[in-house]
Design a protein around this ligand. Structure first.
Ligand code: SF4
Ligand code: SF4
Length: 68
C-alpha cells in the first residue's frame, strides 16, 4: 500500500527574526515579506521548488520542512 505525502517548507513565526536572509537567497522568489500589521515572512508554496535552501540558511531555525 502506498501513501501520497506532500512536503512543504513552513516558517515558524514565533522563531522568525525577520532578517530576510531566506528572502534574499530563495532562487525562486517564493518568500514574501508582508508588511501590513507588522512584518511577517511567508512562503508561496505555488512558486517554491522545495530546494531546502531556506531551511539550511535560516540562522534562527525558523524554517522547517513539514510532511503532510
Ligand atoms: S532567515 Fe529565518 S529568521 Fe530570517 S526572515 Fe527567514 S525565516 Fe525569518
Ligand atoms: S525551499 Fe527553496 S524555493 Fe522553496 S521557499 Fe525555500 S529557498 Fe525558496
Amino acid at each position: 500500500m502506498y501513501r501520497l505525502v506532500k512536503i512543504r517548507p513552513i516558517i515558524i513565526d514565533e522563531k522568525c527574526k525577520r532578517c530576510e536572509l531566506c528572502v534574499d537567497n530563495c532562487q525562486k522568489g517564493a518568500i514574501i515579506v508582508e508588511k501590513d500589521n507588522g512584518k511577517r515572512v511567508k512562503i508561496d508554496i505555488e512558486i517554491c521548488s522545495l530546494c531546502g535552501t531556506c531551511v539550511l540558511i535560516c540562522p534562527s531555525s525558523a524554517v522547517r520542512l513539514c510532511v503532510f
